[in-house]
Design a protein around this ligand. Structure first.
Ligand code: NDP
Ligand code: 2IT
Length: 443
């Protein structure tokens, strides 16, 4: 089947799932030159198999708030592809979560996980639940109700969830505690992102943000540049953003802005990492409170960070957060590098502009793979009841990010798109999965 008609068929079959279709089209369009060289892909109908999730579970999550009121949310877990290993990917708790969101994330995860070179398949899950403003006991009851169904579908050899938006160490703790209770098994490798004292890997919390910056450094090196003295903006102020900011600062860059869903924080003196971490990671407060300690800073309501002049931009919040007009202002102000800590934060119209301008662009499935890579290292530690030092994990992470960067460059170059990390990541990620699917026969 011609690529165009295959994409049409997938569009019809998944009508209404705009985000999934966006992710799917970008990948399939990159694969054109590979298909011509590998007839087995068409003979074994690899692309149609790869775009249909192996399994999808949707379930009711009923729970009681602190006043006794009963709420109902919808839970999801999609195991998209298991050719390379057990399903692996995070859980997202956010009001916007629906089938299309989970499906695009699970689809991206297949290629991301493949790029790490480790043995992990692609998955994602979550619920349309907002932990914001909820007490610890409410979050605990929600997590327990969520696990009442999820536990049937996961396991260290089957499917291994972790965190994503709205799910961090607190939620993973509640989820693991209930999994242990329901199954009567202390099966550490069933969830990653656990607390460091009870089976969680050192460096997992830092991994996505640090990994993103390691990837950016590799890209800069191809142009004989570093992050030193570069002015940077980072969107979001959650797990990924916080540790991206930390690493940029360690490397001599200046981060002048970060954000949350209702506005952005601009600090001309550079964002103070300790204040940010205390506010967001420990106290769970809003960015407006930063001004109390740093009166020179400014909170800009309902404004993104992309209109601030910068050398490098790191979207670390959510999907489609860089639209065409945002790309225009970044380019107009001289931005030379965009590196995605979030999943699919750049809209296709914005991506086109970045590609045409020839700036360095690191796609999420490559640049943010550090989180899931260290999750896989956590699984490895759990399997041997081991605990590695922070330095050992960070070293491994750095090596893995360098490897992903090399893979992207290699496959971009090999298939006529020199320096195009999007094409390189899609092809490099795909080929490893396709080879495993070919070897394993039609299932
Ligand atoms: P967190 O929940 O820790 O933080 C999310 C941040 O993004 C918050 O600052 C939040 O602001 C902001 N945000 C969320 N939704 C929106 C929105 N619709 N518009 C603007 N801002 C928004 O999540 P993470 O840091 O873990 O995840 C951030 C991104 O990184 C996601 O795309 C995730 O898929 C991706 N990612 C995460 C990995 C991980 O290991 N955690 C690994 C790889 C990718 P507010 O508080 O106002 O909602
Ligand atoms: O998008 C992602 O890669 C994650 N949220 C991390 C997944 C994981 O299994 O650590």
């Amino acid at each position: 089947m011609k690529m165009e008609s295959l994409i049409g068929k997938i569009r019809d079959k998944n009508a209404g799932q705009a985000l999934f279709l966006q992710a799917m089209e970008e990948v399939l369009e990159s694969l054109e030159p590979v298909i011509q060289e590998h007839p087995e892909i068409e003979n074994l109908n690899i692309l149609e198999r790869l775009t249909e999730p192996e399994r999808q579970v949707i379930f009711r999550v009923a729970w009681q708030d602190d006043s006794g009121k009963v709420h109902v949310n919808r839970g999801f877990r999609i195991g998209f592809n298991s050719a390379l290993g057990p399903y692996k990917g995070g859980l997202r708790f956010h009001p916007s979560v629906d089938l299309s969101v989970v499906k695009f994330l699970a689809f991206e995860q297949i290629f991301k996980n493949s790029l790490t070179g480790l043995q992990i398949g692609g998955a994602k899950g979550g619920a349309d639940f907002s932990p914001r403003g909820r007490s610890d006991t409410e979050v605990m009851r929600f997590c327990q109700s969520f696990m009442n169904e999820l536990y049937r579908h996961i396991g260290d050899q089957t499917d291994v969830p972790a965190g994503d938006i709205g799910v961090g160490a607190r939620e993973i703790g509640f989820l693991f505690g209930h999994y242990k209770k329901l199954t009567n098994r202390y099966e550490l490798g069933t969830l990653t992102g656990k607390g460091e004292g009870w089976g969680g890997s050192e460096g997992r919390k830092e991994a996505t943000g640090f990994g993103c910056i390691y990837f950016a450094l590799e890209m800069l090196e191809t142009r004989n540049e570093t992050l030193e003295d570069k002015t940077c903006v980072v969107s979001g102020s959650g797990n990924v953003a916080i540790y991206a900011i930390r690493k940029i600062q360690e490397l001599g860059g200046r981060v002048v802005a970060c954000s949350q869903s209702d506005g952005s924080l601009y600090d001309p003196n550079g964002i103070d990492f300790q204040t940010l971490r205390m506010l967001k990671e420990i106290e769970r407060k809003r960015l407006q409170e930063y001004l109390e300690l740093h009166p020179d800073a400014e909170f800009r309501e309902d404004r993104k960070v992309w209109d601030i002049a910068c050398d490098a931009a790191f979207p670390c919040a959510t999907q489609n957060e860089i639209l065409k007009e945002d790309a225009e202002s970044l380019l107009k102000n001289g931005c030379q590098l965009v590196c995605e800590g979030a999943n699919m934060p750049t809209h296709p119209d914005a991506l086109r502009l970045f590609r045409d301008a020839g700036i360095l662009f690191g796609p999420g499935k490559a640049a943010n793979a550090g989180g899931v890579a260290v999750s896989a290292l956590e699984m490895q530690q759990n399997a041997g009841w081991e605990s590695w030092s922070f330095d050992r994990v960070d070293n491994e992470l750095n090596k893995i990010m360098k490897g992903i960067h090399r893979t992207c460059l290699h496959f971009g170059d090999r298939y006529g798109a020199k320096g195009d990390y999007v094409t390189g990541a899609n092809i490099g990620g795909f080929l490893r999965v396709a080879q495993a699917m070919t070897a394993m026969g039609v299932t």
